[in-house]
Design a protein around this ligand. Structure first.
Ligand code: NAG
Length: 167
């Protein structure tokens, strides 16, 4: 799992400080939604690579999981099951609380999406294909299958949210 470390650290530092143009723009977008009275339910930060669906918390493996964790993890399981079955990708997609599954990283986007401006219940960092053979340089013939399974994963996630989180 160390193979993703450099990448994870670069975005965690960005989000912690909100200093770069990209993270400032993302935060401004969610501030505007909030000001307009819009509720953000799902927040996903897509990355490569490692085939992981990472829920809060990222900052600590010892911190008590949020009350919403049960729903977050059940939705992540539905997403992982769908992403596993679409193309039966080698290794599958593993889900869990980020710091417990991977390592602690403060200021990560899944924590930001949950505990900061977006205040979404369902917030994840999804690490796409692969598990390290090609890493960041995924062969072109895996791009479409990666998109297919991601699409199916999002549909399964939204199904979970619609069926479990709305009256
Ligand atoms: C997805 O596949 C991986 C690898 O086989 C497995 O460990 C994991 O439990 C699967 N996830 C779900 C929700 O079925």
């Amino acid at each position: 799992m160390e193979r993703a470390l450099g990448h994870v650290l670069s975005f965690t530092v960005d989000l912690l400080l909100l200093t770069t143009l990209k993270t400032t723009a993302v935060d401004a977008h969610f501030q505007a939604l909030k000001a307009a009275g819009r509720v953000t339910k799902v927040f996903i930060d897509w990355h490569s690579y490692s085939q992981l669906i990472l829920a809060p918390w990222s900052y600590s493996s010892a911190a008590e999981l949020p009350a919403e964790s049960e729903n977050q993890l059940a939705a992540a399981a539905a997403m992982a099951a769908a992403m596993n079955s679409t193309n039966s990708v080698a290794g599958g997609y593993i889900h869990g609380p980020s710091a417990r599954l991977l390592y602690e990283a403060s200021g990560a986007s899944n924590d930001y999406g949950f505990a900061s401006t977006p205040a979404a219940t369902y917030t994840y960092v999804v690490e796409l294909r692969d598990t390290g053979e090609y890493g960041f340089v995924l062969p072109a013939d895996q791009i479409l299958p990666s998109g297919e399974e991601s699409y199916d994963g999002v549909i399964a996630l939204l199904d979970y949210v619609i069926n479990n989180d709305y009256d």
